[in-house]
Design a protein around this ligand. Sequence first.
Ligand code: SAM
Ligand code: SF4
Length: 343
Amino acid sequence: MVKARAARPGTGAKRPELIDKFGRRVDYIRLSVTDRCDFRCVYCMTEEMRFLPRAEVLTLEELHSIAQAFTELGVRRIRLTGGEPLVRSNVMHLIGQLGKLPGLDELLLTTNGNQLGQYAGPLRAAGVNRVNISLDSLDAGRFRRISRVGGLERVLAGIDAAIAAGFDRLRINSVIMRGYNDDEVLPLVEYALARDIDIAFIEEMPLGEASDHDRVETTCSNAWVREQIESRYPLLDSTVRTAGPSRYAQVVGRKSRIGFISPVTHNFCADCNRVRVTVEGRLLLCLGNEHSVDLRAVLRDPARDFDDLKAAITAAMDLKPERHYFYDRDHPQPVRLMNMTGG
Ligand code: SAM
Ligand code: SF4
């Protein structure tokens, strides 16, 4: 098992950088801490799911070693995701440790909000800067239909707890699907505006096969979503960029930012700055391709050490593909579901 060295304070030397062969600097990772979840959202999972056996899942210590290796290689932001990160036992211990990593500018979390009533305060105290919370409907019946098992009231209470905890920013993530919630664009925007929090609309991506619908029929383009918003609120494009792929706009005079993440209709790969690590320790170089490196094998090889882990990560940058090809018949499509990918 690779042991991470004690973190050293900066020496003033130039920080290393991870650069891929297209000249893109990778300074952001999405680290999946579990493939499990307390919901079964229709766009993310099938109804019957088999999850990874425990032996294949990285331990909290291994997750920490990976995060430390990346920060020593110049990564400045880590987003914890899954599956649902807050169902991983002892995840708060890991988060507390990550919050202290030298060189990390921001620790971020994406959650379904179901456990936020309990965890919002401790997450803020542990150093989490920003939280994204998924919310696809404000109607309890529909919320249940989309999440298959979730309860709307509990998630709304979790969002209130997150607002009270005082994170730097909060963002709602909504996937708009034709026939499910396509008449809720304006209510969701108004929910965010009323609370001065951000909202981002994510186009449904063809990651694995959805079991209860045909994605081609349900996917709504963000151009269409934006039209719905502009029918009531003129939007001004914003130059603000956060670490991720969202393009932001603003309603004049309001604090909330409205983000559009449009992987299906607008290829944003040219300025991709991120990679993902699945909870099996697979360093996934692109959301829409299978190019990957097995970091767990390095971590669990008694003959290899922390420097070998860093060397494996550095070498992997050469494998990062130029772009994804969603819905392009000339290219293989991902078979991984989103919970295995780390959203
Ligand atoms: N469980 C957490 C949550 O729901 O926020 C974190 C993991 S989830 C996989 C991360 C994000 O991916 C969520 O905002 C979810 O809506 C989004 N997502 C899942 N499957 C998707 C798909 N096929 N297309 C687009 N977004 C998807
Ligand atoms: Fe769970 Fe998030 Fe996937 Fe929904 S989107 S099933 S909450 S991991």
